[in-house]
Design a protein. Structure first.
Length: 127
């Protein structure tokens, strides 16, 4: 899962860069997905540890970062859509970026949960 974490982090960094440069480099908040991506990339690099305990702790931190990224970006996208009252969105590029980040983070969290379940089953079989 460490490699998947690094890949997801890089994808979020790219999303932040595309959002920032795509909006004319005037809105630094477009880089928010990149910040989450840096956190996940660092977790992925640190999870390449030979220590199983350390890897477990870091991957749990990474999945928490992913979950918070999903909740934060998803809630913000919903708030923007509700504020529009069915009319045009004030910042459509921001909402699109938030939705993409929410989907990426949700998929990542799902993959992590699946991996955690498989690891737990594997440990039970060994015992």
């Amino acid at each position: 899962m460490a490699k998947v974490t690094i890949i997801v982090g890089i994808v979020l960094i790219a999303l932040g860069a595309v959002g920032f440069f795509g909006t004319g480099s005037t809105h630094p908040t477009a880089l928010i997905p990149a910040y989450w991506g840096v956190a996940l990339t660092v977790c992925g690099v640190l999870a390449n540890s030979p220590s199983e305990k350390r890897r477990m702790v870091i991957m749990h931190i990474a999945v928490t970062v992913g979950l918070l990224g999903f909740l934060g970006s998803g809630i913000m996208a919903i708030v923007e859509v509700v504020k529009a009252h069915g009319g045009p969105l004030a910042h459509p590029a921001a909402v699109e970026s938030q939705i993409v980040m929410a989907v990426i983070c949700l998929i990542y969290v799902g993959l992590c949960v699946r991996s955690f379940i498989a690891a737990r089953r594997g440990r039970k079989l060994e015992a």
